[in-house]
Design a protein around this ligand. Sequence first.
Ligand SMILES: *Cc1c(COP(=O)(O)O)cnc(C)c1O
Length: 520
Amino acid sequence: MTMNNQGRPTAIPAPTSAAGDTVTGNRGLRIEEPLIFEQDSPGRCGVDLPALPDVGLRLGPVKPRGSIGLPGLSEPQVVRHYTRLSQKNYAIDAGLYPLGSCTMKHNPRLNEKMARLPGFADVHPLQPESTVQGALALMDELAHWLKALTGMPAVTLAPAAGAHGEMAGMMAIRAALEHRGEGARKRVLVPESAHGTNPATAAAIGYSVDPIPATAEGRVDLEALKAKLGPDVAAIMLTNPNTCGLFERDIIAIAEVVHAAGAFFYCDGANFNAIVGRVMPAELGIDAMHINLHKTFSTPHGGGGPGSGPVVFSAALAPFVPVPYVRKDGDRFVLVEREGEGGTAYGRMKAFHGQMGMFVRALSYMLSHGADGLWQASGDAVLNANYLMARLNDVMTAPFEGPCMHECLFDDRFLKGTGVSTLDIAKALIDEGFHPMTMYFPLVVHGALLIEPTETESKDALDQFVTALRALAERAKTGDAAWFQAAPRFTPRRRLDETAAARKPVLRWAPEPERLEAAE
Ligand SMILES: *Cc1c(COP(=O)(O)O)cnc(C)c1O
């Protein structure tokens, strides 16, 4: 539809245009919203600015080439623009968000209240230590509980996300290997079912990645792993529970053979939500493991807030924990900021100390749940996933025998011969008002659909989701592929060319003449 620069249509669409079009492009109360630049009325302004003082240009010979092109809008236009954009954002506060591996659980409001206390919210990373004793005490307490819940002796709070935590852990492993003169170990073993960040982390810091195949049961093949071990192996990076939603039953044997070969055991702990309060990572022989506060400990993510990926370390790696960290000296807390002060830290992961707001929320979550509450949360997460598995098993196909952990995995065998794909199911699910599950991951399963309901969904919510998904699975089996391929019908945009969007993203708006030139 052609629009003028205020975002209103300039022509009524021809009656032949796609069914469901409205004159305005709006549907019901869902408002079509042009870019803010397309709504520009030059000279319009939401505030009265004082006249500019008469100062000369201070850029020497550099002359401005024209206006900087900020759009002119009134205050109500700006308010409506951003309100409408915010309403296009699907969020955990809007409904079930069953993305597998991402742990999109409810963000308790108590945590938000705590994080907004001025002493935490307004703290500045460059404040003198004596003025932030409360914040340091909170970091120290969070570190204590992370160590208590994992049984591990050391932790860094600095990493800004899970993938950043992987990097922190792998850099500590590299520092430990170099310290004992084994820096020549350059190979990292990564199971085929690993999250993409695992091989990416290993490669990013200079290791070569060697995949380990999975068994028909969806777990690491211990014999294949043994065959791959050698004097050049630095570490294994293993997710537990793994990305097929299964507990690695051989994990202790895996740790033993890895250690016997002189290598370290990095565990991707993003799925800690399934076992927190029940399994001690220290007892599994793990040397380093990141914990996503924004998954297991309920801090907002996915546009709602920054991640936070603390890493816990074994005694063997404890001397190499990066700075800064909090230490208690008598009744004061100090931040150890420099390498060498407290051991052989390899450096730091970021400029400051980590995501303070997330520390407050995560500690609030831990303390409000208590040990019994965390134990129940992981149990309920697993129960919910198994409920979905049990209710969908007869119309969809599960590649591995249950029970599962906190997420349930299906493959696309139930779609065989229907002409309907995993992607089509996901698009049809959007029309039903559900965010799709994780699709085509893990890669070890064909056409994977990985569903993680989390413990915060009620049985009613799960039943609604099951009803929608069962109806879609049954419809697919009737061979109504064209119906699926036309989905989504009720979204602001229909099917996108996702390949073009990924390969040739248009990230910058350009005024009309420039756009025309670029197209030529
Ligand atoms: C989410 C996730 C990660 C990465 O964590 P980010 O915080 O997104 O960087 C790594 N591994 C697994 C299994 C995950 O689910």
